[in-house]
Design a protein around this ligand. Sequence first.
Ligand SMILES: NC(=O)c1ccc[n+]([C@@H]2O[C@H](COP(=O)([O-])OP(=O)(O)OC[C@H]3O[C@@H](n4cnc5c(N)ncnc54)[C@H](O)[C@@H]3O)[C@@H](O)[C@H]2O)c1
Length: 229
Amino acid sequence: MQKPKIAVLTGAGISAESGIKTFRDADGLWEGHDVMEVASPEGWHRNRNLVLDFYNQRRKQLKTVAPNAAHHSLVRLEEKFDVTIITQNVDDLHERAGSANIIHLHGELRKVRSTANPSLIYEWEEDCVEGDTCEQGAQLRPHIVWFGEAVPEIERAAALMPIVERVIIVGTSMQVYPAAGLIHYAPRFAPIHYVDPRPAAIDWTGPLEIIPEPATQGLDALVHRLLDS
Ligand SMILES: NC(=O)c1ccc[n+]([C@@H]2O[C@H](COP(=O)([O-])OP(=O)(O)OC[C@H]3O[C@@H](n4cnc5c(N)ncnc54)[C@H](O)[C@@H]3O)[C@@H](O)[C@H]2O)c1
């Protein structure tokens, strides 16, 4: 028998208890930087070194953190459900926890790509600096979707939503589009469970359960309940 499908939309909040800061909780600053400085094509053209250094620091930080109980709860959910994680996060904590199906809407810290040919994407563990080039000789950049750039993975995510029977949202302020709009592709009567200590208003006329708790606590209880149901 096929397992029922669940889409889990995650944001920076699910990694907060692993020690990776969200930026909306820090007055729009991402680790002390204006996001437009480090996460926009304009910022990249203004100061490549600053942007490369910023993501080098974020990549280094990954080596000092670990998945938390919330990431692990989502792996347990696979015992009974066909789970796809659709994450806005650029960290690798869902992978390291062991989730099987992960769509990274906003890219991945552990990859870089060519500035000349976006299909040339490379796994990258160490620092990426000015002068590091792709096989065609063009500068490499972080494999991150910056503000104002297209979100290629949104199509794969949107195609999944109409066939899920339930949606879980964890640790996102639902401010960043097109990610925040994905719920509108879900079936009209699909239940949505939203775990976030400071939940945003959600425009959903189907069943909606708000769980105003940190991800570790809120997901543990929710996942137990869904596995027991
Ligand atoms: N870990 C990461 O990969 C990371 C971290 C920061 C920013 N970003 C990038 O910035 C974009 C948006 O980031 P953002 O920080 O505004 O995320 P966001 O818009 O998803 O907002 C963070 C949300 O997390 C909630 N939150 C805080 N602590 C929580 C906890 N313990 N449990 C559950 N929820 C908690 C907050 O209430 C808030 O609603 C992301 O799409 C990503 O590209 C990524």
